[in-house]
Design a protein around this ligand. Structure first.
Ligand code: PMP
Length: 361
């Protein structure tokens, strides 16, 4: 097998040991004579996976029974609607902090459902930072405050959480969940598509505080109510069994790595390797984010012109470094370095960046 360094933004790199384990177990899961793909979601084997994955996630997030963990479908995009459907009754309004393309999407969807306001936006600076506390104007009666912890497209990340007082704080953590220790108790609800740090596409994780759940609207179709999925432990209908099985293996891998503190330390080092090249390139590489707001997951930068960017992507790909083109809406380069990317991959990219600059600078 050739060595590939996978910098895709999502679906993204998975730990090799997890893929090997899944391959090993595929044909005959725990001597059942069949694969997990073929088993009933009501079987004891799948029940055990479902329960273990939820327990592992709670353990990593440092929460107990005051929170529920759900495995849902429809992606983070469905959460953009499900959140206001459940928590934005007529007459109420929610606050959104707009930090990039994904926060915009979440906000636009809330507006389709009910009333929402922009409590801050960094659009004016081209989404190079998250807002400072002084620039956040919260509605005292906001039903909740929504943030996007990491903007996957722009490559900016919240490094200290905004102070929202007593208002319920909700976060889309699709692209940085479990990348660092989390004060989970600060959040009323967290959601994340799995396809970056947690596993394959097809399952979305929701972590919801029980007291917040109690305030949800009950006047909704069954599948759109968080309460349905809490009551049925994510087994109301047929769940994406293979995706949840994979998430469970990835969660086990995170625990084996030493948990979130160890993962965070690795992630800091990896990101620093790339930002260091940008910062010492004399302007050849220009990082998109302001320094204090840089994402440790998606490193975004520009080259002097688009032709060079194209060549950069092509040459990198020929050397086995794939997935480096920036999102089609913003261009440039984006190196996504989620938990499963190791230091070696970042070292290889840093080396290539230096070499490319020498030849083209
Ligand atoms: N939020 C963020 C921060 C994302 O990065 C993405 C996907 N890249 C989404 C939401 C949308 O997720 P999905 O494709 O699972 O609906």
């Amino acid at each position: 097998m050739s060595t590939i360094y996978n910098f895709n933004a999502g679906p993204a790199i998975l730990p090799a040991s997890v893929l090997e384990r899944a391959q090993h177990e595929l044909r005959d899961y725990q001597r059942c004579g069949m694969s997990i793909l073929e088993m009933s979601h009501r079987s004891p084997e799948y029940e055990a996976i479902n329960a273990e994955a939820a327990e592992r996630l709670k353990r990593l997030l440092g929460v107990g029974n005051e929170y529920h963990v759900l495995f849902l479908q429809g992606g983070a995009s469905l959460q953009f609607a499900m959140l206001p459907l459940n928590f934005l009754p007529p007459g109420a309004s929610a606050d959104y902090l707009i930090t990039g393309a994904w926060a915009e999407k979440a906000y636009e969807e809330a507006l389709r459902v009910g009333q929402a306001r922009e409590a801050a936006s960094t659009a004016a600076n081209g989404y190079r930072s998250v807002p400072s506390q002084a620039d956040i104007a919260l509605d005292p009666h906001a039903a909740y405050v929504h943030i996007t912890s990491n903007e996957t497209i722009q490559g900016i990340q919240w490094h200290t959480w905004p102070d929202v007082g007593d208002r319920p704080l909700v976060a889309d953590m699709s692209s940085d969940i479990l990348s660092r220790p989390l004060e989970t108790q600060r959040f009323a609800l967290i959601y994340a598509g799995a396809q970056k740090n947690l596993g394959p596409a097809g399952v979305t994780v929701v972590v919801i505080r029980d007291s917040f759940l109690q305030s949800a609207s009950s006047n909704l179709p069954t599948m759109l109510r968080y309460a349905t999925h809490v009551k049925n432990r994510s087994l109301y209908n047929t769940p994406p069994v293979f995706a949840v099985y994979m998430v469970n293996l990835v969660l086990g891998w995170i625990e084996e790595q030493g948990g979130l503190a160890a993962i965070a330390e690795r992630n800091q080092r990896k990101a620093a390797t790339l930002y260091q090249v940008i910062d010492t390139s004399g302007g050849f590489y220009r990082g998109h984010a302001e320094r204090d707001h840089r994402s440790l997951m998606n490193v975004t930068f520009r080259l002097p012109d688009e032709a060079l960017e194209k060549r950069f992507v092509t040459e990198a790909s020929a050397r086995g470094m794939v997935g480096l083109a920036g999102h089609r809406s913003v261009g440039g380069i984006r190196a996504s370095i989620y938990n499963a990317m190791d230091q070696e991959g970042c070292d290889a990219l840093a080396e290539f960046m230096i070499d490319f600059m020498r030849r083209n600078g």
